[in-house]
Design a protein around this ligand. Structure first.
Ligand code: PMT
Length: 313
């Protein structure tokens, strides 16, 4: 079966998200405006994908991703002057607010007594200037319409959005950059094999037989957005196989960059793999700059070269 057939079969088996056409229309307007202004547009994917086990879903298979990489990178793409579509897992980290997402809301608030005897919640003075600064940034990008957030929960929703948005983004040609940092499931349960209601524990131990999800990088690079600059990630836990896997992905899908990372060191080290080079980017724990800052500025530079080559060929 060709990649295209595999994908058609996958999409035919699952229901598209109810908001797909509305969101696609928003993305269409966003892309058209920024492509007209010759602004670079990044589609940043972020967070894990849930794989439901029942139609009325109580249980699902999920993964570890918190969306740190995607949320931080989206911020740096905005700083680099990109218009950013942030396709993220609902309730995972988001740009700007991510800085406080690991703590409880109450830990950054305090009560201020008023003359009337009432109390008002205010941001603690120790974090107030940081919160104001990030809020200002967020509002600035929203106001100038360079930031568009779309959320998903399930694997199917993610893939439907990705396919639809990629085809819209293809109209921006080489101005479009895909940054595929979401942790995407390789396995799923087709809808016709899913029980409608909650699986009963009275039925005894459960056995799962999941089908394989075809790799979406193949149709994305070949069909959906073939002139875009595409960056995929390669995640492994075994140091001995990661380099070969990353190079294998690059040779197979023939896109621009694979960024490989190990689960255990993903916060401070990644490797850029392209057909012509292999470069490690790392930060120490004392570093003032975040790893995503370095990743995005390097990608921005390479994307500009790609644009230049496209305009002269
Ligand atoms: O969110 P954090 O906690 O900060 O973690 C960040 C991260 C580790 C999730 C991120 O840096 C990362 O590595 N993301 C990609 C994870 C992943 O899906 O890796 P993979 O090796 O399984 O897949 C490789 C590529 O194939 C991915 O870019 C993915 O988009 C793509 N893929 C995956 C499955 C699938 N069915 N089709 C695909 O095309």
């Amino acid at each position: 079966m060709s990649a295209r057939d595999e994908w058609d079969v996958y999409f035919q088996q699952l229901q598209e998200p109810s908001k797909l056409q509305v969101q696609a229309e928003q993305v269409r307007r966003f892309v058209s405006e920024h492509a007209k202004a010759k602004r670079r547009i990044a589609l940043v994917t972020s967070g894990g994908t849930a794989v439901p086990l029942e139609s009325n879903t109580v249980r699902f298979v999920d993964n570890f991703s918190s969306g740190t990489r995607g949320a931080a990178s989206a911020e740096y793409f905005l700083q680099e002057g990109y218009a950013v579509i942030f396709l993220h897992r609902a309730r995972s980290l988001e740009p700007f607010s991510r800085h406080w997402a690991h703590q409880s809301l109450f830990s950054i608030l305090e009560l201020e007594a008023e003359a009337s005897g009432k109390a008002t919640a205010v941001v603690k003075s120790s974090v107030a200037s940081d919160v104001s600064c990030q809020l200002q940034n967020f509002q600035k990008y929203c106001k100038s319409s360079v930031y568009l957030a779309v959320s998903f929960t399930t694997l199917a929703d993610y893939l439907f959005y990705l396919r639809e948005f990629s085809m819209v983004l293809s109209t921006a040609g080489p101005l479009a950059l895909f940054y595929l940092a979401a942790a995407v499931s390789d396995f799923y349960l087709p809808e016709e094999e899913m029980p409608k209601h909650k699986i009963q524990s009275s039925g005894g131990p459960m056995q799962l037989h999941l089908q394989q999800v075809p790799k979406m990088l193949s149709p994305l690079v070949k069909d959906w957005a073939s002139s875009a600059f595409t960056v995929s990630f390669k995640l492994e836990t075994d140091e001995r196989i990661i380099a070969e896997k990353a190079r294998g992905a690059l040779e197979k899908y023939k896109h621009q960059v694979v960024i490989s990372n190990l689960l255990s060191t993903r916060r401070n080290k990644v490797t850029f793999v392209t057909l012509s080079d292999q470069v490690e980017i790392s930060v120490s724990t004392e570093s003032e700059r975040e790893l995503e800052d370095l990743i995005v500025s390097e990608l921005s530079r390479r994307h500009n070269e790609f644009l230049h080559a496209a305009s002269t060929s």
